[in-house]
Design a protein around this ligand. Structure first.
Ligand code: HEM
Length: 397
């Protein structure tokens, strides 16, 4: 079956409550066309049973001339150009390049390697909590952003003075906005990372970026621009998402005091709760762009070759066919199998780090701030206008 109805536009309400649309689509048109805010027509996959195999389907590729071809076909001028040095990373490539790039850093992100970071992450979380002394704070500024940003920056060896700049560029790049603003942010980011990589080459340290630079110098395993792209991906993926695991999860708890009470009574439940936060209101709404290299049948619908496919992780994680009472927060449920970290060869490399940061963040916030409440009506919060990142711009508590 090929859908012939007009594609639906994604509107502003979509960013605050994407599942409102997914609820309708999962039953009426589980694989159907929508138009994104940048005017791109894409195929949206909303059911768990279709989403999981689609994420791991080699015919839905990442690289090549896919994006340029689609834009041209749809008559969209690609005005917001990413600097070339930022795009050659593993999340934009297929095997064998993907395999080569991922292998270079995968050992640093195993559960075991990451476990060694527990004392440092705990100390950081305590320090941030110590600094939250007033009656009111923005949980994003005071805790949810600085924790993962500091952790990934220390791991890679990014000096502290540039972290706020980086946050601004990264936010701009991942949100819908003026193409000129996004191009400028990409340029600033590329220049910053290029300088950073040059510094690491001149003065290597005991950090991951120095190790990657050394690997590039030692052989032909990766090029100079691939080093910059890798740094870009690790820094952006390493904080944008975890920030919203912490913020979305805390907001869910503050709106469900019974669930917070369960966790305070039994902190050993926290790792299980982290999986539930990821399932219930995960930081990634739609997975990154995939391009059909041939006609592909998904859930009974044929997606023609040369189209963009977006897999809805939030839609899959709230599919009643997969999870009972999907719109209920239940920190005791078995949420495993959720797709918040994606699936298949691009499954999140940083998942062990994100899980550890999440566990420590929730333990710390729950124990240090037993009387925390939301200081704003949840309906008044402003949502990021991003199809990728699902989260608010500030969260007064
Ligand atoms: C890939 C989610 C934290 C690094 C992904 C993907 C998702 C995801 C959904 C796959 C996207 C796709 O297939 O289109 C998350 C969430 C996080 C998180 C929800 C936090 C709660 C992190 C952290 C890092 C990281 C802390 C650390 C550096 C990466 C990398 C990839 C990736 C490198 C690309 C993997 C590949 O292409 O093989 N992440 N992520 N992520 N993530 Fe994460």
């Amino acid at each position: 079956m090929t859908t012939t109805t007009d594609p639906r536009p994604l509107d502003d309400a979509f960013f605050a409550d994407p599942d409102a649309l997914y609820r309708v689509l999962r039953t009426e048109a589980p694989v159907s066309r929508v138009v994104t805010t940048m005017g791109l027509t894409v195929w949206l996959v909303t059911r768990y049973a279709d989403a999981r195999p689609a994420l791991n389907d080699a015919r839905l590729a990442k690289s090549g001339s896919g994006f340029a071809t689609v834009l041209e076909k749809q008559g969209i001028e690609n005005r917001a150009r990413f600097a070339d040095s930022l795009v050659g990373h593993m999340l934009n490539t297929d095997p064998p390049d993907h395999t080569r790039l991922r292998k270079l850093v995968s050992r640093a992100f195993t559960v075991r390697a990451i476990a060694a970071m527990r004392p440092r992450i705990t100390a950081l979380a305590e320090e941030l909590a110590d600094a939250m002394t007033g009656d009111e704070a923005d949980l994003l500024d005071a805790f949810a952003f600085p924790l993962p940003m500091t952790v990934i920056s220390e791991l890679l060896g990014v000096p502290p003075e540039h972290r706020e700049d980086f946050r601004g560029w990264s936010n701009t790049l991942l949100s819908a906005g003026e193409p000129e603003t996004r191009t400028a942010a990409a340029g600033a980011m590329a220049q910053f990372l290029s300088q950073l990589v040059a510094d690491k080459a001149a003065h290597p340290g005991d950090d991951m970026l120095s190790a990657i630079v050394r690997a590039a110098e030692d052989g032909d395993s990766l090029s100079h621009t691939e080093v910059i792209s890798m740094a870009f991906l690790l820094l952006v993926a390493g904080h944008e998402t975890t920030v919203n695991l912490i913020a979305n999860g805390m907001r869910a708890l503050l709106q469900h005091p019974d669930q917070a009470a369960l966790l305070r009574a039994d902190p050993a439940l926290v790792p299980n709760a982290v999986e539930e936060f990821l399932r219930y209101d995960g930081p990634v709404n739609l997975a990154t762009l995939r391009f059909s290299t041939q006609d592909v049948e998904i859930g009974g619908t044929t997606v023609p070759a040369g189209e963009v496919v977006l897999v809805s992780l939030i839609g899959a994680n709230r599919d009643p066919e997969r999870y009972e009472r999907p719109t209920e927060l239940d920190v005791t449920r078995d949420a495993r199998g959720h797709l918040a970290f994606g699936y298949g060869i691009h499954h999140c490399l940083g998942a062990p780090l994100a899980r550890l940061e999440g566990e420590i963040a929730f333990r710390t916030l729950l124990s240090r701030f037993p009387a925390m409440t939301l200081a704003a009506d949840p309906r008044s919060l402003t949502w990021r206008e991003s199809t990728l990142i699902h989260g608010v711009t500030s969260m007064p508590v």
